[in-house]
Design a protein around this ligand. Structure first.
Ligand code: HEM
Ligand code: H49
Length: 360
């Protein structure tokens, strides 16, 4: 218990200082928290503490290149939601609010935290919106990264259409019971068809992707409290879709098909046909999102924004921690300043952490 108390006082001291409270106000809050700890073995964040804690956690996310905007995140406090239906409704609201018809608003919804090892809410999805993956004797349909979770959804009674872009259901578990699944209303989902600015035959690839990434499986830790259901969204950096989701051999494996469409000579690696296909695919992703009015950032602009974040943090007297190998983009990494410096990969809290899958 006093482990939580020390984490709480460290968090509250930093949080209250950043919010401009006086030492007196901090002191009285610390006494209130220690009283609640004695009575209940835990303590409850005020909405303001939760709001600032979630933003600090983003600011401390070492692998995130998008941290410049950490203070602007919208925090939806859904700690009162206790049933699967209430959680599903809160998620529908988050999906619509954050999508904002394409002008994406970075948002997090925070559900009731763990207490005495009891887990009130757990979301089984990796991302709230993601495509299904099916594997049969003839091969794979859809996103290979989703094969295991898709099987889980089918065991729970969900049935997909077995197209390459079936949107998976929300899977919500309350109080360690059997999880419930919910189809996402179509008004909560924006998708972008991938076309190319100059190569018209690009649409023959019939590629599309969902507009907004909502990470649903990470644990938000604030002052010793574990929020294991706290889905958050931002906007995509183009390379995530163009250089990984569409390009990886273990994902949609599109480079050979793009190269063929471009009429590239693929007989020798030294012709750099992979690289040429990659650039055209990433150019198409950025062009299509822009044309559809859905927020996205290219990796050069994102790196410049990260540079600005570093400068702002320095002015605030905080040192920037980071994971270099995740911060450099997968396309043309050495063209960014990030590649040419190193970052201390120290894990601060509040932060977002991986957690064990809630299913086997
Ligand atoms: C606003 C636009 C944002 C952009 C463009 C952005 C960009 C990125 C990118 C490109 C990655 C690497 C992902 C990968 O390679 O799989 C990443 C990682 C991460 N981002 Fe951001 N991000 C944004 C907002 C956010 C927000 C709002 C949060 C949380 C509040 C966040 C927390 C994280 C975390 C925790 C990781 C590491 C994930 C992991 O370890 O798998 N980011 N971000
Ligand atoms: N742009 C985004 N990308 C992002 C951020 C965090 C985590 C992820 C997913 N990372 C895991 C994947 C799967 C293996 C390697 N990458 C994507 C955002 C997602 C949610 C808020 S911003």
């Amino acid at each position: 218990m006093n482990a939580i108390l020390s984490k709480a006082s460290i968090f509250l001291s930093e949080c209250y200082k950043e919010l401009g409270y006086s030492p007196m106000e901090l002191e009285s809050r610390l006494q209130e928290v220690s009283r609640e700890m004695k009575e209940t073995g835990t303590y409850t964040h005020t909405t303001e503490e939760l709001r600032h804690g979630a933003k600090m956690a983003w600011r401390n996310s070492n692998r995130c290149i998008g941290r410049l905007f950490w203070e602007s995140m919208h925090v939806l406090d859904e700690r009162e939601a206790t049933t699967e239906d209430q959680v599903a409704e809160a998620l529908y609201y988050h999906l619509k609010y954050a999508t904002n018809a394409g002008k994406i608003i970075p948002t997090i919804t925070v559900f009731k935290p763990v207490y005495n090892k009891k887990v009130p809410v757990r979301i089984w999805n990796h991302q709230l919106i993601r495509y299904a993956g099916y594997e049969n004797e003839k091969g794979i349909i859809g996103d290979p990264a989703s094969i295991a979770f898709t099987k889980k959804c089918q065991e729970l009674g969900w049935q997909g259409k077995e197209t390459p872009f079936d949107i998976l259901p929300l899977v919500i578990q309350c109080d360690h019971k059997e999880p419930k699944w919910f189809d996402i209303p179509k008004e909560c989902i924006v998708e972008v068809a991938i076309t190319h600015p100059t190569i018209n035959s690009f649409s023959d690839l019939k590629l599309k992707w969902y507009g907004v990434p909502f990470i649903a499986d990470m644990r938000l830790e604030v002052g010793g409290i574990d929020y294991v259901a706290a889905p958050f969204n931002g906007w995509y950096m183009g390379t995530e879709i163009g250089a990984r989701n569409f390009a990886d051999e273990s994902r949609y494996h599109m480079l050979p098909k793009v190269a063929e469409l471009l009429g590239l000579d693929c007989r020798k690696e030294a012709y750099l046909w992979r690289d040429e296909a990659l650039v055209e695919l990433n150019r198409a992703v950025l062009y299509s999102f822009k044309d559809a009015g859905v927020s996205i950032v290219d990796h050069h602009t994102a790196a410049k924004q990260f540079k600005h974040f570093e400068e702002k943090e320095h002015e605030a007297g905080r040192s920037v921690t980071g994971t270099w190998s995740w911060l450099i983009p997968p396309v043309s990494p050495a063209t960014t300043h990030i590649f040419h410096k190193d970052y201390e990969d120290k894990v601060l809290t509040p932060n977002y952490f991986y957690q064990d899958l809630p299913y086997d």
